[in-house]
Design a binder for this molecule. Structure first.
Ligand code: SF4
Ligand code: SF4
Length: 134
């Protein structure tokens, strides 16, 4: 993936879905997700605080969804966040990603878009298709 990662200017999935996971992923169960940023959901599940409500927004999300965002606990985020793929990543469209993006007025992402290619490969490809200068 290139430095033009659309997630950096999106964050829509962190302010759209309920982010639930097995309770033991939190610190008090031996995991790494900060407990104070979670809420109990069932005897076996927790969710990220702020995501179990109509206007969802994860308590760990910094910034403005749809423009510039950052996960404050990126290294310790729960499994649903680690497993959620940006649409187009690895050649797979993720409709859930695109649905969240649409909520914030962002266009859908499809496979084979330029930012799914490394900067070196994209530059090489652009050089290849450019017409030679006479
Ligand atoms: S909605 Fe998709 S593009 Fe936006 S931050 Fe989530 S994974 Fe990235
Ligand atoms: S923990 Fe981080 S990656 Fe997961 S929903 Fe919250 S802000 Fe997004």
């Amino acid at each position: 993936m290139s430095d033009l990662n659309p997630c950096m200017s999106c964050g829509a999935c962190c302010a759209y879905f309920r982010v639930s996971f097995y309770w033991a992923e939190a610190e008090d169960g031996g995991g790494s997700v900060p407990v104070h940023l979670t809420e109990p959901l069932t005897p076996f599940l927790r969710c990220m605080s702020g995501t179990n409500q109509r206007e969802s927004r994860c308590a760990a999300l910094e910034g403005s969804p749809g423009s510039a965002t950052r996960c404050a606990i990126y290294e310790n985020r729960p499994s649903p966040c680690r497993e959620f793929a940006m649409s187009g990543e690895d050649g797979q469209v993720n409709e859930a990603c695109n649905r969240a993006r649409a909520r914030y007025g962002l266009p859908p992402l499809y496979k084979d878009m330029l930012f799914h290619t490394s900067l070196e490969d994209a530059t090489a490809e652009l050089s290849r298709v450019q017409l030679p200068v006479n």
